[in-house]
Design a protein around this ligand. Sequence first.
Ligand code: MGD
Ligand code: MGD
Ligand code: MO
Length: 743
Amino acid sequence: MMTVDPEHPDDTELTVGKAKRSGAGLPAVVSSLRHGVREMGVARTIRTLAMVNQDKGFDCMGCAWPDPAKRHHAEFCENGAKAVAEEATRLRAGPELFAQHSVQAMAAQSDFWIGKRGRLTEPLWLAPGATHYAPIGWDAAYDLIASELGVLDSPDEAAFYTSGRTSNEAAFAYQAFVRALGTNNLPDCSNMCHESSGAALVETIGIGKGSVSIDDIEAADLLIVLGQNPGTNHPRMLSSLERAKRRGATIVSINPLPEAGLMRFRNPQSPRGLLRGLELADLHLQIRLNGDLGLFQAVNALLLERDAIDHAFLETHCEGLPALRAHAERLDWALVDRATGLPREQIRELAGLLERSQRTILCWAMGLTQHRNSVATIRELVNTLLLRGMIGKPGAGVCPVRGHSNVQGDRTMGIWDKPSPAFLNGMESALGFPMPRKPGRDVVETIRGMRDGQIKVFMAMGGNFLSASPDTAATGEALRRTRLTVHVATKPNRSHLTCGEQALLLPTLGRTERDQVVTVEDSMCVVHASRGTLAPASGHLRSEVRIVCDLAERVLGDRVAVPWAAWARDYSLIRDAIERAIPGFENFNDRCDDGFVLPHAPRDQRRFDTPSGLARLTVNELDVLDVPTGHLLLQTIRSHDQFNTTIYGLNDRYRGVKSGRRVVFVHERDLEALGIAHGQIVDLIGPGGRRAERFRAVAYDTARGCAAAYYPETNALVPLDSVADVSGTPTSKSVPVRLEPVA
Ligand SMILES: Nc1nc2c(c(=O)[nH]1)N[C@H]1C(S)=C(S)[C@@H](COP(=O)(O)OP(=O)(O)OC[C@H]3O[C@@H](n4cnc5c(=O)[nH]c(N)nc54)[C@H](O)[C@@H]3O)O[C@H]1N2
Ligand SMILES: Nc1nc2c(c(=O)[nH]1)N[C@H]1C(S)=C(S)[C@@H](COP(=O)(O)OP(=O)(O)OC[C@H]3O[C@@H](n4cnc5c(=O)[nH]c(N)nc54)[C@H](O)[C@@H]3O)O[C@H]1N2
Ligand SMILES: [Mo]
């Protein structure tokens, strides 16, 4: 378990002050430079940050928000700068570090300590029974993987995880290798992220991606941002919201927390913004966790009642209106009250804004996707847009805001445990060998498989599977039951210290480092090139593409006719194969420099690739997640100083937290009712007695009955089997907990 971090003994220095209302501003500029200089030094900071998101530079790995066509000279944000500094750091986690500390000793350190060791420099091997990782050559490492895969009874006994930073080229080669091996066991971070969005959108509009561009955001007259904290997680989005607002758009925030930045934004890119700032949200609905399904059902019932619907659009393009109408007429308002905790006037106000809007966009992220009924909730949001005819016209549509910088591209490239038959057919005709058709395992199914002895080899292309997954103890046990765990990574993390019988840690180049050109796809279907410019952190590093191709050659021999070695030498050949396999990539190599937008039938033609060819209005049952008395509903969120499981620092400036992370935010009246004082130390007790220890209770402006604490410290509380219907996403935003005072 998490023990004392020698650099930050416990969280005894933790202080909690007043939460901020406004985001960015001068402190953001200062913070970016401070992190940069600490990790990279002054000259390297200036050189590196100048290349972020520029035409000839690299794509920022901080998030998947698109770049505007006219780029600002500093087209990055405080948190992008931190992500870059984290990778371009001068610190090194070389073999000496692993010789000095046993795996067990390193695992006893905090995530912050582990991550701050710096960049991995050489391939490392933890031999069976060994206590320490030791250097191993690349060839020996490949041989070891090949021999462990070679003795499996079936390729389905291996699973291949991907995080969302992997380039299109590496992702395409990786899934081709895994499918040539004969399995669809390609779990990825999406399973824990926007899987619910993809599932709901494919079912209703026929494609699992957002339908808007950055120009649409700026042209909308109503932007509803729900279940998302852009000030921290997509800071560049605030500049787009600001431009929309200055053109007269109304912005609504639906969130149990009044997140800084979204409430008031001080744009660090303009002197006017820095000084004065702008109130962004015109209306803030402080909804109860998991209340959005009830809210949108109520709004839809009101729109139908007032006949504020787009009849022409509904008749031409949609099916399911009569059933939706009948369901709406039976709406149980008492249930809506309990689900949302919102005054009815606010619900009516939202319906009124929707009724008057000609161009509406809904933006969301993890606050909607990580609940049991997430898919139903997102389907209900789609109902709203369809009723109003808001898909496939300028300034309107769905905008699921992606997390990792290339998570959407990885999916397009086939990193998917349940690929569509169309995708597999395309692969077969492009690469000339048969694709496995049996559905593979997602993240939670992979953990169950390892636990039950059905998955024996686990490989991860980036990410931090252990800390990102639910039920940390169960996931750790599962990983330890495998014969071999392999991680391709830039920096050490807790997953690398939770090993199978033996383990490999293979160091790779990051996005900032010199390699051939690669491509990525942002949250709005724009594909473009990314070029690293920095010297690699070590001479031993190999690119992800090279590692995949080397391995494929070693493992598969000439079982399939893919020119792996040529692919590794020349990534443009991979792009040629992508062009043959996947629609929308015509003339890929010629177009990737300028960038291009992938096709999206509903956006481009109001065409819906559903079985009937019509967009589907859906009927979703409303249920309320009540927690037992004395319990709170906990959401697990990001602080301003982390990227997922990578902890940049121990502050959460916007929420007033300094020098510590073990805090739980609770409404002051709920604290009173529970007899717990502000500042008191409590253990969090989750379902089945799962426990996360020693959190400081903090009185905070959140919806009643709800609590919030940081991920990954709280992942131990999320039961493995508690997943969203349909999408299988862990329910990290609705965990019933009890606060137990620590004596
Ligand atoms: N700096 C930085 N940037 C990042 C990341 C990072 O860790 N750090 N992570 C990246 C990744 S992978 C992702 S997926 C995104 C995540 O981006 P976000 O989704 O913004 O991340 P979270 O911190 O999980 O915040 C969830 C938000 O939803 C709200 N919320 C929770 N439950 C509900 C609910 O039931 N209803 C409503 N209406 N709101 C709710 C929370 O109060 C919070 O504001 O960010 C990406 N960008
Ligand atoms: N409780 C709770 N759990 C959650 C969430 C939550 O909100 N609450 N959010 C979920 C979400 S949205 C997501 S996306 C997942 C994130 O899950 P992951 O994507 O698995 O986790 P990250 O922390 O982003 O992975 C960080 C690691 O990636 C490696 N890395 C960084 N850059 C590169 C690179 O260029 N190449 C390679 N090969 N490796 C690299 C580094 O070793 C680093 O330690 O977590 C999920 N888990
Ligand atoms: Mo994510």
